[in-house]
Design a protein around this ligand. Structure first.
Ligand SMILES: *Cc1c(COP(=O)(O)O)cnc(C)c1O
Length: 348
């Protein structure tokens, strides 16, 4: 089975696992007078994350979901309005920040351009009428098909946030995919935002963890929010050791994931009923099956019977995600299966 459901399926390598054995550990949830936890390996990872994103400080969290929650619940209070797009992970998947039982944040939605990045003209218009407390962006954008935000668009978003006097938070679960795709560094991308969350548990190949990075005051406050949400961990160095390995060794190979996604995408040109996007930007390839005459669940089941496992993106879209454990050969095989399915769906 070629499992293309998500880049969260990456397995930690042996070299990565070996780093865990020798990592010095402490109680990461017990903070000193400077707000630093007692696990030296976690502290090292947090310093590395701050350095790579060009932010003053960072904190480790068990998941990206918690990282976004901590950021939003640090910036906002119940009833506050937040600008986001409705395809965003924080809205579509995480939900708790906008749930009446939990965060009680009121979302206002902007749209994405056909290229999959925020429509800044629309945002400018919204800011003339509304007074949100925060703008949230996603880079790369999962639901839009792994699309990145070009640097000039990030600069414009920064300008709009400054004009409104509000912070800009980036869900950068796949920040380093954006950096690789735009041939820039993470630091440059993050220079336009106040805070960023990125995952070490996706394409970078670590088993667990995400980092929230930002200014010192924000991160100190966020560390209090993390505790409220139950995100304080103890000998979390066993996570952080793998995370350090991931950040030191696994960023360049994201380009390989992008190349394999492109191989598959190119091999899918000329299908009759299944549509692929006009461009492929990173490691996510979304298949539009609106014209295929079957439900996305049925489509995924048929593909699975033929040897590839996809995930559902929307009612009419399935998702293929490429990651370090998928070979060129498997990318071609996956495309061959989708082509075969397209032929079968085109005759009936
Ligand atoms: C995966 C993901 C998250 C959340 O990360 P988890 O560690 O799965 O909670 C947030 N945002 C985006 C865009 C993601 O793809």
């Amino acid at each position: 089975m070629i499992d293309l459901r998500s880049d969260t399926l990456t397995q930690p390598s042996r070299e990565m696992l070996l780093r865990i054995l020798d990592a010095p550990l402490g109680d990461s949830g017990r903070l000193d007078e400077n707000g630093r936890g007692g696990d030296p390996t976690v502290n090292k990872l947090e310093d590395l994350a701050a350095e790579l994103t060009g932010k003053e400080r960072a904190i480790l969290l068990p998941s990206g979901t918690m990282g976004n929650h901590v950021a939003m619940l640090t910036y906002c209070r119940p009833g506050d309005v937040v600008l986001m797009d409705s395809l965003q992970h924080i809205y579509r998947t995480e939900k708790a920040t906008c749930d009446p039982r939990f965060g009680q944040i009121r979302p206002i939605f902007y749209h994405l351009t056909p290229d999959g990045y925020p429509d800044t003209r629309e945002i400018a218009g919204i800011l003339e009428k509304e007074s949100p407390k925060l703008i949230c962006i996603e880079n790369t954008h999962n639901g839009a098909g792994g699309t990145y935000i070009p640097l000039p668009v990030l600069a414009e978003l920064r300008r709009l946030a400054d004009q409104a006097g509000i912070p800009l938070h980036m869900d950068g679960a796949r920040l380093f995919n954006a950096a690789v795709a735009t041939e820039s560094c993470a630091k440059e991308i993050c220079s336009y935002v106040d805070s960023v969350m990125f995952c070490i548990s996706k394409g970078l190949g670590a088993p667990i963890g995400s980092l929230l990075c930002g200014g010192t005051d924000f991160i100190l406050e966020a560390s209090g929010t993390r505790k409220l949400l139950g995100g304080n961990m103890r000998q979390a160095g066993i996570i952080a050791a793998a995370g350090q390995y991931a950040l030191k060794h696994n960023i360049p190979s994201l380009a390989e994931d992008h190349r394999r996604a492109k191989l598959a995408w190119q091999a899918l040109a000329g299908m009759k009923t299944i549509r692929v996007p006009e461009k492929i930007q990173t490691n996510i390839l979304i298949l539009d099956i609106a014209q295929a005459g079957i439900s996305v669940e049925e489509f995924i089941q048929r593909a699975k019977n033929m040897g590839i496992w996809l995930s559902r993106s929307t009612d009419t879209h399935a998702r293929m995600v490429f990651y370090r454990d998928i070979t060129d050969e498997q990318a071609f095989q996956a495309a061959e299966i989708i082509n075969q399915l397209d032929r079968e769906l085109s005759v009936c």
